[in-house]
Design a protein around this ligand. Sequence first.
Ligand SMILES: *[C@@H]1O[C@H](CO)[C@@H](O)[C@H](O)[C@H]1NC(C)=O
Ligand SMILES: *[C@@H]1O[C@H](CO)[C@@H](O)[C@H](O)[C@H]1NC(C)=O
Ligand SMILES: *[C@@H]1O[C@H](CO)[C@@H](O)[C@H](O)[C@H]1NC(C)=O
Ligand SMILES: *[C@@H]1O[C@H](CO)[C@@H](O)[C@H](O)[C@H]1NC(C)=O
Ligand SMILES: *[C@@H]1O[C@H](CO)[C@@H](O)[C@H](O)[C@H]1NC(C)=O
Ligand SMILES: *[C@@H]1O[C@H](CO)[C@@H](O)[C@H](O)[C@H]1NC(C)=O
Length: 658
Amino acid sequence: MAFRSLCLPLLLLASSIHAEITVYHQQDQQAAFATTASGATYTGVAAYNPTQLVAPPVPSPAVLTNIPINLQQSGTPGLSIKHKGRFFGFSVEMSVANQVLGKNSSLIQVPFLNLMANIVNRAGSVMVRVGGNSQESAELVADDAIPDGRIITKNLTGVTGTTQTPPLEYRRDLLVMMGKISQLVNIHWFVGIPWFVTTPFATAIVKAADEELGDHLLGLQAGNEPDMYTLHGHRGATYSPFDYGGEMSDFLTQVASEGVDTTGRAMKSLVSPSIADFAWTPEQVWDSGLLDNHGDNIAFLTVEKYPRDNCAAMFGAPGNPDIVDPQSVLPLYLTHDSHVELIKPYLNSTQFAQDKGKEFLMFETNTASCGGFLGISDSFVAALWGLDFALQMAHSNFSGAMFHIGGQNVFYNPFTSPPTNESTFHQWTVGGIYYAGLVMSEIIGPSNNTQVFNYGVDSLSSFTPIYNIYENGVPVRVAIINYIDDPSGASTVHATISLAGGTLPSSVKVKYLLAKTVVQKGGYTWAGQTFGGNFESDGRPMGDEDIKTVNCDTTAGTCTIDVPAPGMALVFLNDDAFTENKGAPAMTFPTTVHTKTRNTAKVDPTALSTSNGYRMSEHELAGTSKPPKDAASVTHASLVFVGVVVGAIVALLGVGRG
Ligand SMILES: *[C@@H]1O[C@H](CO)[C@@H](O)[C@H](O)[C@H]1NC(C)=O
Ligand SMILES: *[C@@H]1O[C@H](CO)[C@@H](O)[C@H](O)[C@H]1NC(C)=O
Ligand SMILES: *[C@@H]1O[C@H](CO)[C@@H](O)[C@H](O)[C@H]1NC(C)=O
Ligand SMILES: *[C@@H]1O[C@H](CO)[C@@H](O)[C@H](O)[C@H]1NC(C)=O
Ligand SMILES: *[C@@H]1O[C@H](CO)[C@@H](O)[C@H](O)[C@H]1NC(C)=O
Ligand SMILES: *[C@@H]1O[C@H](CO)[C@@H](O)[C@H](O)[C@H]1NC(C)=O
């Protein structure tokens, strides 16, 4: 079992008085989520808005659903570069790092550790970037400058008007915390260098990040979306890629004169140019000589791209004609062709990066900028969309992609911690993008040798993308996505795999990513396991892992895999391909802690009925909860999920150094 949890010898102490809830999980995990009530009257924060869209109609005329997948044992042309397990990463807006990673280095968010551990167990490591727009004016301040043990604050002094972003102040403990996290889970970090002010640059983060993160510092981002600086008034009208390159020179000169890069490591790992496809093309940046001048300093070439934006709704006045109706753009998130179009402008650059020996990363992306779309970014749509997008980028020779996390006021988060005032009785909310990351980490696996190929066949529709996965040129796995929403079963894909120059086994193992409908919110399953709905996850998958065995036709030499509409299947073509990403021991972090008091928080019992299990007595430290009176007694172990968390933040004491 991939999800076996291992009790670590951690000393876990509740940071304050925590309440526990004991809740009961329904047997059909997806049914509970397929019919969420309308959110018309919802007034809470965006991340938990229950409003559902209407699934698009079944395509007419019907598309090809009996699909031949003709593999060849060797010599397949057009395969991608070899990918590392860490392909699918996460981008945390710096200003919300304290909501996502932890309050400070002694109060790390255990659900975050678990969510990352799930991926590391499959892929070997994971990339997390802390940065974004809020990095640009971030200032490292003295330890006593921010009260109450907090690590981040906004300095509102002198800020005027509504559009001026207040500078972010952070303590070194933010980096200490990241370093401690990496001792628990193999996370490699990107951090951002502030770039708004260049005379002089604020270089403190270079030294601090290098010292605190060491080998776990993957790169330092030199400015975020510089091609939008002019628009936002941070540079003059004539600011160009050439000027940006000049700033890079100034920065390197300053770093050298200050001696802040004592190991020399930081200045070999710059991340650039992170343009947003707004005012500059990548080619304009390459042609300005950035790599000719700074090729030794830059390790990662980066772009940031969202397929569209929701800025008018997020920041515009009600009735603004530019506000996009999510229902009208929903179909654009359920077709493969939209990914192909989005990535096309970067193909020249991924080739350029290969020629220069650099990794090319999608440094920040998600379903839509300015928070994403209600009903799209927070539904099963995002899981299928994110997976297809990540796979298409892998096929297109990106070396990784970071999906953005923006806090509680957005729709697109891969995962969201509960509001601070509710963290004692609510858990985390895990979104579709996280499932995409989890599945992607299993598709790629930990070998660092994985090649991806977007498979095409005559009359294949845009609704059923297929990716063949190779190790050392040999096909090992097949990923099949079905975007269609058709409960009748008529749109189920029947993919018939054959292998020229080799023999398929007599049976193959298959894992499914499923929901009842594309517009479902929460409760999706990967190989039968789920992270539940809003406020239901401690970061560990719930339920028994369910891996299907599909018998093949040994006479014909074919294996036929059914993929429901909607759904996604990952087919393991041999046992090696199946077990390779299970070699490492699965390690997750139980969040059971000593509690000082029994629950006093009031929780709506109807909310409890679709939440976690209550088998608490199995956990030595968690015996304080009693099953709710009206919960049926449960005899099937598979119906019950262990792991109710008390407060989202748990002290990790005596862990790591520093
Ligand atoms: C973290 O915050 C807690 C509670 O606010 C505080 O007691 C502790 O000293 C802080 N730890 C650090 C390293 O700042
Ligand atoms: C906050 O910003 C003001 C104005 O820029 C500055 O004078 C002050 O020192 C800052 N406060 C702290 C605590 O850094
Ligand atoms: C590809 O990129 C290179 C380097 O920037 C540039 O010189 C070339 O014109 C580009 N080719 C196309 C077709 O855009
Ligand atoms: C990816 O790179 C490989 C190796 O250079 C190349 O053969 C392949 O055509 C590239 N794929 C795309 C979509 O550009
Ligand atoms: C938490 O704070 C939010 C925002 O102020 C508020 O809407 C919500 O009701 C609070 N929750 C509780 C349980 O007090
Ligand atoms: C894969 O690459 C990562 C990062 O470079 C490295 O830490 C890991 O050891 C590599 N794994 C294998 C199996 O080579």
